[in-house]
Design a binder for this molecule. Sequence first.
Ligand SMILES: [Zn+2]
Length: 257
Amino acid sequence: MDIKLLQSSFDDDGSASDRQHTACFVVNGKVAFDAGSLAMAVGADRENIRDVVLSHTHLDHIAGLPLFVDDLFSTLRAPVLVHAAKPMIAALRAHIFNDIIYPNFEEIENEFGAVLEFQEYEFGREFTVSGLSILPVEVNHNEPSAGFIIRDETGSILLTGDTADTVEIWDAAADVTQLRAVFVECAFPDGMAELAATARHLTPFGLKEEIAKLKGRDLPIYIVNIKPMFREQVIAEIKALDLPDVFIFPIGRTISI
Ligand SMILES: [Zn+2]
């Protein structure tokens, strides 16, 4: 399985920055998980991605979605399918695609027909999208929020999405035989544990407790969603924990798992 965390900002010399402001993972070049910088950083995969799976509706996870549909508007021969839980769809209709913040792309068709269609998923019920089987599991963040267990013919990965300490997705992972990698968020340094708890994110200390819920399974654990302003500090604190098989996931590069 190929997975890429799209870049979301630039360094002073114009090259892609390793600071993650937004979240958008592209799997197998075809399915986007969240859409933070989807329109801005997707590159050639723009022509292949027609399914976007949302973990929740925080801005850093959806900012690139309206722009992505807008970019493709005149060329789409089938709608972009946005897979989300029912309250997420309601939020997007009310607050984004409302003809105030952005056009209601559910209503506006191009010459071939609809350009945006919402498809509802249910927590705990696996669905299939473009060669991937996806199990959304509710996690402890903005309500509701999902993590995902994503499977193709080569095996599975687990993506926590944004979350504080959580249980269900680790329980679900225990049933996955060919789990090849886990992607866990770690937004804030330990010194900001109070804010992390309020915003329902992890710090390195919490990360260690979440990883322990894998019960010693031997697989790589990639850290994502580090707040850019605390990136160096969070990475230093994670390294100090000296946890085996824990890596900071690179931004803007496709990794084959
Ligand atoms: Zn969030």
